[in-house]
Design a protein around this ligand. Structure first.
Ligand SMILES: [Zn+2]
Length: 83
């Protein structure tokens, strides 16, 4: 029985190969084959990512959705894209 991570990776590779083949067929370039190894990482990071928000003033970070403002200085938290 395959794990869901392995299944996701296999599906990602299959889809990226298909897309790469289609692009290659249409545009006659192999550029997208370079994209293939990264697809499982994209799937993994999207699935496991918790929306972390960060205070732009003091750097307070939280994944708790109940926090909309920084408890230290009251600044509105912004999505943290540093990861
Ligand atoms: Zn703050």
């Amino acid at each position: 029985m395959a794990s869901s991570t392995l299944l996701t990776a296999l599906v990602g590779i299959a889809v990226s190969l298909l897309v790469s083949y289609l692009v290659w067929a249409y545009f006659d370039t192999l550029a997208l084959f370079l994209f293939v190894p990264f697809v499982p990482f994209l799937f993994r990071s999207r699935r496991s990512s918790v929306p972390v928000r960060r205070c732009p003033v003091c750097g307070f970070r939280t994944a708790n959705p109940e926090f909309t403002h920084c408890p230290r200085d009251g600044t509105e938290l912004r999505p943290d894209r540093s990861e």
